[in-house]
Design a protein around this ligand. Structure first.
Ligand code: DAT
Ligand code: MG
Length: 148
């Protein structure tokens, strides 16, 4: 099944949103395959956001991501990349619908609480970057109750 990379950004960790965010993905029916609380350095953050290196907000974005520990996760499920983005909400919390993570918990675009891969290809790259050790193989016993 498909996998996506989800990261709770330093503001999400500081604000005590880790449990709430994990809960939303669990309750949806997705399976957790990897999880760690880590601090990354600027070289690592620059690699993660390499596609945005030409943007005017790039340096501020890197400073934000290295400002405290983040929770890096891999979630597994049918269409998890696209549905994960829906659960997260629009990039700018001003446009994120209520009921989404950013819509419920964020105000400014530069403090938008959470990252989620934007495509299956980005997910593959991001999981390789953040989880070079690999993820955990297991299958939820709830699977037949979630998938027909
Ligand atoms: P997303 O995180 O929704 O995938 P993105 O990949 O375009 O959005 O950008 C990565 C992060 O960079 C985003 O979560 C917040 C920040 N960002 C994006 N556009 C921005 C802007 N116009 N001004 C300031 N920060 C921005
Ligand atoms: Mg993105």
């Amino acid at each position: 099944m498909e996998q996506t990379f989800i990261m709770i950004k330093p503001d999400g960790v500081q604000r005590g949103l880790v449990g709430e965010i994990i809960s939303r993905f669990e309750k949806k029916g997705f399976s957790l395959r990897g999880l760690k609380l880590i601090s990354v350095d600027s070289a690592f953050a620059e690699k993660h956001y390499a596609d945005l290196s030409a943007k005017p907000f790039f340096n501020g974005l890197v400073e934000y991501i290295i400002s405290g520990p983040v929770v890096a996760m891999v979630w597994d499920g049918k269409n998890v990349v696209k549905i994960g983005r829906t659960i997260i909400g629009a990039t700018n919390p001003a446009d994120s619908a209520p009921g989404t993570i950013r819509g419920d918990f964020a105000v400014d675009i530069g403090r938008n609480v959470i990252h989620g891969s934007d495509s299956v290809e980005s997910a593959r790259k991001e999981i390789a970057l953040w989880f070079p050790e690999g993820v955990t193989e297991w299958q939820s016993s709830l699977r037949p109750w979630i998938y027909e």
